[in-house]
Design a protein around this ligand. Structure first.
Ligand code: ZN
Ligand code: ZN
Length: 254
């Protein structure tokens, strides 16, 4: 894995220091990744593939959220995941139908399902080669939507990839092409940057008003896209003020 769980924890700790405005979010995110890491290791060593088996982690996750998460989130988890079968059902539907599509109107369910589905889907993705069709809108491995773009240096320039919100697979996607509606006119695809976040940019589309943040690894080789995306939350606020919206949220639901 390109950015394993340890790399995400280190990056979250580091960015919490350098980005005080996002410190609480990054510290909660860091706690969630610390919770996910041993689940990934257990899956890998035991070759467990039944997603429902993950439901046993829900009580522990709810305790963690009660200690370190936003008010109300743990209460929602307690109410909906009251017994093991409710947890199993949430995981089954989220994994079969896709987190993004089935749980779009249920941000809490999406949160709890995704914390456990990420290490599960990343483990499954790590076992096989993924062959991406050019310019695919959805993840070639698990069919989820991208959470961010990633710019990798190539020759003199950079090539854009999309990063899956669930299994963290990356797949190539043309830079001048709207991920959501297929707009190709570069005058309708503005790119916004801010001095506080030199390696993060907003790739927007004036046709469908959807945006995606991209992390530019040619500007910061230490960036860990799923973490840097959260640290740059100020850009989301800016984008929303300018009437752009995001289709897929990050793990924190933002
Ligand atoms: Zn995926
Ligand atoms: Zn568009």
């Amino acid at each position: 894995m390109k950015w394993d769980f340890d790399a995400r924890i280190r990056r979250a700790d580091q960015l919490a220091q350098s980005h005080p405005a996002a410190r609480d979010l990054l510290s909660f995110y860091g706690q969630l990744v610390r919770f996910q890491a041993p689940i990934f290791d257990t899956l890998r060593s035991g070759a467990e593939t039944d997603v429902r088996a993950l439901a046993r982690y829900f009580p522990q996750l709810i305790d963690l959220v009660a200690r370190t998460g936003p008010a109300g989130l743990a209460d929602n988890g307690r109410a909906r995941l009251v017994d093991a079968s409710a947890g199993e059902e949430l995981l089954r539907s989220a994994s079969e139908d896709g987190v993004a599509h089935t749980l779009a109107a249920d941000p809490y369910g999406r949160f709890f399902a995704r914390v456990l589905l990420q290490p599960y889907a990343e483990y499954l993705a790590s076992r096989g080669d993924v062959h991406a069709e050019p310019e695919s809108r959805i993840c070639p491995f698990c069919s989820s939507w991208p959470v961010a773009g990633v710019l990798h240096g190539e020759g003199e320039g950079a090539k854009r990839w999309l990063l899956c919100a669930v299994c963290s697979t990356e797949w190539p996607f043309r830079r001048v092409l709207c991920w959501n509606c297929g707009e190709e006119n570069k005058d309708r695809l503005p790119i916004y940057t801010a001095p506080d976040f030199p390696s993060v940019r907003v790739d927007a589309c004036d046709t469908c008003r959807i945006y995606l943040k991209s992390i530019d690894l040619t500007k910061d080789g230490h960036a860990v896209p799923m973490v840097d995306e959260i640290a740059a939350v100020a850009l989301d606020i800016w984008a929303e003020e300018h009437e752009y919206s995001k289709l897929e949220t990050n793990l924190l639901g933002m």
